[in-house]
Design a protein around this ligand. Sequence first.
Ligand code: GLN
Length: 573
Amino acid sequence: MTKFIVVAGGVMSGVGKGVTTASIAKILVEYGYKVTTVKIDPYINYDAGTLRPTEHGEVWVTDDGGEIDQDLGNYERFLNMEISKRNNITTGQIYKTIIDKERKGKFLGKTVQFIPHVPEEIKNRLKESGNGYDIVVVEIGGTIGDYENIPFLFAMKSLERELGKDDVSYVLVTYLPVPSHIEEMKTKPTQQAIRLLSETGIVPDFIVCRAKKPLDKERKQKIEVYANIPSEYVISEPDIDTIYSIPLDLEKEQLGIKILKELKLKPKRTPNWNEWEKLVSKIKNPKKKIKVAIVGKYVDIGDYNLVDSYVSINESLKHAAAVLDVGVEIVWIDSKKFEKNESNINALKDCSGIIIPGGFGSSGVEGKVKAINYARTNNIPFLGLCYGLQLAVVEFARNVCNLENANTTENDEKTKFPVIGILPTQKKLMEKGDYGGTMRLGAYAAVLKEKSKVLHLYKETGRLKEDNERLQKLEKDKSQAFRLGILNGHKNIVLERHRHRYEVNPKFIKELENKGLVFSGYHLRKDGTKLMEFIELPSHPFMISTQSHPEFKSRLGNPSPLFYGFVKACAKQ
Ligand code: GLN
């Protein structure tokens, strides 16, 4: 029987509920359980696909093509596993399913109502996610007291009634402010959150207290009295240097054993945190430091949101750096700066490496091309991600192949040399107005070129072997056959995630190759179309780009091969 842990947040948003959820799941895995996680987003959007990165942070892409809230990213990064898009539940999805069923007459003439139909559907989805797992950790988005998460809390209570209290446990994550004028930690907002939660019939079993500093005994006791739970179940989670130390910190308070006890479970094994501890200590105290420039577009909105828009790249650099015992300082640069004034490019001079992340539209494109040119001609390690690959091809076409004003048609529809464009099959779909169908989303298999640097990196990190095991699972699922394409018995196959519409134009490949650009991996579609997935410049210390988003498959202890190679090359500089 699957058991559920429900994580809800009180006081305010952005206190680290997602990371706490991921940490709890990680701890339970260490105790030998099969654990998965679910994120509930109470908004009405069906998924995060249409959300602006500046509004909601980065859009996370799953293997099965979901465009999801970034919390799913934290789960995968902590648990080192693939999580399906079905593990993200939004209000929009719940209502859409119910309305679709109603239109098909599935309710047999009954009145379809908020209760029982909405909580029923939510419970169905949760149970589906729990198939094959011992424990599901469910994070409820938003803050207790929001109107929109009431249906989900109601569903949880109903699940508890159905399964019994031993199978459902509640964790409330709150925040304890320390107002600067009194320098005293305040428990009142937490008390209010407990009271608000109790209005839904839920009494938390655990209260995880986020704060600037650790909680003292007095505060714990205050909360104990107010919430009517033993003070050992009031867990302190103060601010830390790195999110990856949170599972270790929570374990110092023996949260794992306490949760297992609540769920009437016993540890299946003794946790072994050695590897994790080593990596965390390397993140905290690296031997060497490098400076990496991320030249992007979503930069004119203040530093805070910026990091949020590229959170997976940020984390991928950390994962690679932890393995290599290097510290990474990131400088965020608005590519438009290079367009305004040529000399601004000198900002890249003291950087050990340059990354061009994914992006859409034409804003800042020329500045990015300038940065790529700077990296190529000055032998600075360069990693291009998705749009980064497309613009690296544009730069090479213009400056090495002398294809004047070569471009992606996304930036210049009328360019004489459309080295990046929309494929004819996609154009047909677009004419029909089916823009959704033109996006390549989720994992796709790529065949890697023998002796390429890219292949070498996938071998060195053990990822080639891992992806081949995953491939075998995927091969059994006929509905996903399009993700594999034609493999022709090739062995060097990797799986990376995608989220894009434009492709390298097959018409120009020969010309680019003749001038020294190596296409080190491709996806061969069932209709015979070859899609370029990786490029590299053998003569450069590290000039590698990919059409995919490898940042969605980087985990602590299992870094993305391309980030690993990039950080290694930067450290060598
Ligand atoms: N805008 C480009 C495309 O749609 C790249 C997208 C991306 O970087 N994710 O193909």
